[in-house]
Design a protein around this ligand. Structure first.
Ligand code: MN
Ligand code: MG
Length: 657
C-alpha cells in the first residue's frame, strides 16, 4: 500500500523516487485515525493565494505626500482576492510577512504616544482578519519594533529574556488566523517563539468519481521561515533573546512532523528570495534550498519585492538554473512571489486527485501566476470599500499626526540627483545625527571629547520603485510627513568609533553604488541606494573614482584640508542597522560607543524644530564628495525621474543633461 502511494507520487512527477521515500506525507496516515471517506478518483481544484511584503500599505495612500496612490494597497489586492474566490471553487489565503511595518500608519500605531493598547488590533491585522486569511508568517521587518510589541500585536506570548515570564504576560488581540515561524527560537527555551507550523483542514468542493459534486476535506500544512539575517539587522531587539536556525534544517525537522500529523499538502511560506550560492544556515535568501527539501509541495516566497513567475524577468535570482520563470517553479516546486505593497496577488492553482488514501497533486496541471492590481490599460482594479471603512479612524489619526508642523525650508529637498552629488535631502539628516551624538558625548563620554564627530546617511528613496520613488519635499512649511520622507526607516541613532582606514573601507563599500566598468556604462548599479552612505560636511572631503575597483575608489580623504591618517580616530553617527553589521567592512557592533534609544527620524524632527528655518546654504548644499575627473569611453547614463533637469541645475549639478 505504502509502496503504491510512493509510486503514484513519483509517476505524477511530484517527487523523485528517493525523495518520495523520504517525504513523510501520507506515511503515517494509515496508522492514525480512520481516513475520511473520500472515494478514489475524487478531484478538486485548490487555489493558494499569496500576499507578501504588504508593509502596512493597507490603503492606496502615500502618507509622505498625503495623497492617494492607486498603484499600491491591500484594499485593491482585496479585490483580486474576491475575484479569485469567485473564480476557483476552493481557495486558501496566505501572507508571507513584512506585514506590520513600512508606512506611517505602522509607525504611528507602533511608536506615537500613546502606543496602541493590548486589546486593540493593529489596522493591518484588522483588515486581514476580515479578509479571512488562513495563515501567515513573519518577515524580518516584524522584529523592527521589538519583541514585546510583536508579542502584543500578534496575540503571542514569547518565552524570551526581555519579556516577563509567560504566565505573567497579558493576553492581547491579534490576528484571528495562525502565524507560523519555524526558524526563530527562544534563547532560553530553545523552542520556536511562534508555532513552527499549522495544519489547516479545508473543506473542498470536489467532484466524485461518479461526476457528482461532493464536499470533502484536505489537510494543508503551512510552515513559515524568516531570514536568519534578522540577528544582525535587529540585533538590539533580538540579541540574547532569540536565535535562528537554517531554513533547510528547520524544514527537514518539521516537514516530516507535519506529514506525520496528517498534512496531505505542505505549503512553505518563506520570507526570502532565491540564492543558489553555497548553502549556509545564516543565508538571507534560502528559498532555493528550501525547494529541495522533500515534502514541500508549494513555495510562497517574498522579501525581494519582486514578481515571480515573470517570463520577461531579468532579475538574477529568477534566471538561475532549475528556476523556471515562465512556469513558476524552483527545482520543480511551484513557487510564487507577489511583489510588495499589495501590488500583486500570488496564485498557485493545484489540481488534486484523491487516490490510495491521500490527496495527490497533478503537477502537470499546476498553474502559477502573479496577478497585478494594475490592468492592461494601466488603470487599477477598484478598491474594496470595506477595507477603508474598517480602518477610517486609524487612517485619519495618522494623517493628522503627519500634518503636525515642525519648521520650514527655503529649498526643495530631493534625492533625484543624490547619485550625482546632490545632498539637499541628506545633509539635514547628517546634521541632526551629528549634533545629537556630539551633545551626547559632551554630556556623557568625556573621554571621547575632541574626536571629530561625523555622520553618514543615504538616499533611502532612490528610484527603486520607479520615478515616484524618490524623496521630494517642497520649499515652504515642513511637517512630520516631510521628515518621514527624509528619513524613511524606523531606525535608531548609533555612534561608532572608527579609524580613518575604517572610514575609507566604509565609503569603499558604499561606492558599490557605481558598477564596475562595462561596455555600455550605466552610472548606477543595482546596489541599493539606502546603502549609499555619504558624509555631508565641509570639514570632511573625498573623491569617488568610479573607474577603479572597489577598494581603490575613495581618494583624497581629508579632514580640515589635511589627509586623513589610517589610524586617525573619528566618531560617526549612523543607525542601528549599519553599526550592528550587515555587510559593511569592520562594522560588526564592536565599534559602537553609543546605541541610542532614539529613532533617527525623531532626532531629525527635534533638530528641525530647534533650528526652525532650513536654508540651502546652511542645510542643503555642503558636499563631502565629488567624482574624480575621468576620461570616459562613451556616454555614461543615469536614471532619475522625468522633467527634472532644471532642478539638478538649481542644485548646482552641472554634469547631467
Ligand atoms: Mn519587505
Ligand atoms: Mg523582508
Amino acid at each position: 500500500m505504502q509502496r503504491e502511494k510512493n509510486i503514484a507520487r513519483a509517476r505524477l512527477g511530484a517527487l523523485t523516487a528517493s525523495a518520495a521515500m523520504l517525504a513523510a506525507c501520507g506515511h503515517n496516515h494509515d496508522d492514525a485515525a480512520p481516513a475520511p471517506v473520500i472515494a478514489d478518483g475524487t478531484k478538486a481544484t485548490l487555489a493558494m493565494l499569496e500576499t507578501t511584503d504588504i508593509h502596512t500599505n493597507v490603503l492606496s495612500y502615500d502618507y509622505f505626500k498625503l495623497a492617494e496612490d492607486k498603484s499600491i494597497g491591500l484594499e485593491r489586492t482585496a479585490t483580486l482576492i474576491a475575484a479569485a474566490r469567485q473564480e476557483f471553487a476552493n481557495t486558501m489565503l496566505l501572507d508571507d510577512g513584512d506585514t506590520i511595518q513600512g508606512t506611517a500608519l505602522a509607525d504611528y500605531q507602533a511608536l506615537a504616544s500613546p502606543p496602541i493598547g493590548c486589546q486593540t488590533t493593529l489596522a493591518v491585522y484588522k483588515v486581514m482578519n476580515a479578509l479571512k486569511y488562513d495563515a501567515g508568517t513573519i518577515g524580518n521587518h516584524e522584529f523592527n519594533y521589538g519583541l514585546p510589541f510583536l508579542a502584543q500585536v500578534t496575540g503571542s506570548k514569547f518565552d524570551v529574556p526581555n519579556l516577563p515570564p509567560v504566565a505573567q504576560q497579558q493576553s492581547s488581540s491579534g490576528p484571528t488566523f495562525p502565524l507560523v515561524l519555524s526558524n526563530v527560537l527562544g534563547a532560553k527555551s530553545t523552542q520556536p517563539i511562534f508555532k513552527p507550523y499549522t495544519i489547516v483542514t479545508k473543506n473542498l468542493n470536489a467532484t466524485g468519481p461518479d461526476g457528482k459534486t461532493v464536499t470533502v476535506s484536505v489537510k494543508v500544512g503551512v510552515i513559515g521561515f524568516t531570514p536568519p539575517a534578522i540577528m544582525s539587522w535587529d540585533k538590539r531587539n533580538l540579541e540574547g533573546n532569540v536565535y535562528t536556525a537554517g531554513l533547510k534544517e528547520s524544514a527537514e525537522k518539521y516537514v516530516p512532523q507535519m506529514c506525520a500529523e496528517g498534512a496531505q499538502i505542505v505549503v512553505a511560506l518563506s520570507h526570502g528570495g532565491l540564492d543558489n550560492s553555497t548553502y549556509s544556515p545564516t543565508m538571507e535568501n534560502g528559498s532555493y534550498y528550501l525547494s529541495t527539501v522533500p515534502g514541500i509541495d508549494v513555495l510562497m516566497i517574498g522579501h525581494s519585492h519582486q514578481v515571480f513567475p515573470d517570463a520577461t524577468s531579468t532579475i538574477a535570482q529568477f534566471n538561475l538554473p532549475d528556476v523556471d520563470k515562465v512556469k513558476g517553479t524552483v527545482n520543480g516546486v511551484p513557487t510564487v512571489m507577489a511583489n510588495f505593497w499589495g501590488k500583486h496577488l500570488g496564485v498557485v492553482v493545484l489540481s488534486l486527485n484523491y487516490a490510495n488514501g491521500t490527496w495527490n497533486i497533478d503537477k502537470s496541471a499546476t498553474k502559477v501566476e502573479a496577478r497585478p492590481i494594475q490592468n492592461a490599460d494601466k488603470t487599477y482594479v477598484a478598491a474594496d470599500p470595506a477595507v477603508s471603512a474598517a480602518i477610517a479612524a486609524e487612517h485619519q489619526a495618522t494623517i493628522d499626526y503627519m500634518k503636525t508642523p515642525i519648521g520650514s525650508t527655503d529649498f526643495r529637498m530631493t534625492t533625484y540627483f543624490a547619485d550625482v552629488g546632490d545632498v539637499s535631502a541628506i545633509e539635514i539628516v547628517n546634521q541632526a545625527q551629528a549634533q545629537y551624538v556630539a551633545d551626547y558625548i559632551a554630556a556623557n563620554l568625556p573621554d571621547q571629547a575632541g574626536i571629530p564627530v561625523l555622520s553618514v546617511s543615504a538616499p533611502f528613496k532612490s528610484g527603486f520603485g520607479g520615478g515616484t520613488d524618490f524623496t521630494d519635499v517642497s520649499a515652504g512649511n515642513v511637517a512630520i510627513n516631510n521628515a518621514a520622507n527624509l528619513y524613511l526607516y524606523p531606525n535608531t541613532v548609533y555612534a561608532v568609533k572608527v579609524t580613518g582606514a575604517d572610514l575609507k573601507a566604509w565609503l569603499e563599500e558604499a561606492s558599490k553604488r557605481y558598477p564596475t566598468k562595462t561596455a555600455t556604462q550605466a552610472l548606477v548599479s543595482s546596489y541599493p541606494g539606502y546603502n549609499f552612505d555619504m558624509v555631508t560636511s565641509k570639514d570632511f572631503t573625498y573623491e569617488i573614482d568610479v573607474t577603479q575597483a572597489v577598494g581603490s575608489r575613495i581618494r583624497n580623504l581629508s579632514y580640515k584640508g589635511t589627509p586623513v591618517a589610517a589610524n586617525q580616530p573619528f566618531i560617526v553617527a549612523t543607525n542601528n542597522y549599519r553599526a550592528s553589521g550587515g555587510g559593511f567592512p569592520g562594522l560588526d557592533g564592536s565599534k559602537t560607543i553609543y546605541a541610542s534609544p532614539d529613532a533617527n527620524r525623531d532626532v531629525l524632527i527635534a533638530y528641525i524644530k530647534k533650528i526652525k528655518s532650513m536654508t540651502a546654504v546652511a542645510n542643503g548644499t555642503n558636499r563631502s564628495w565629488c567624482f574624480t575627473k575621468v576620461a570616459t569611453q562613451g556616454p555614461v547614463t543615469f536614471k532619475s525621474a522625468p522633467n527634472l533637469v532644471s532642478l539638478a541645475q538649481a542644485q548646482g549639478i552641472a554634469n547631467v543633461t
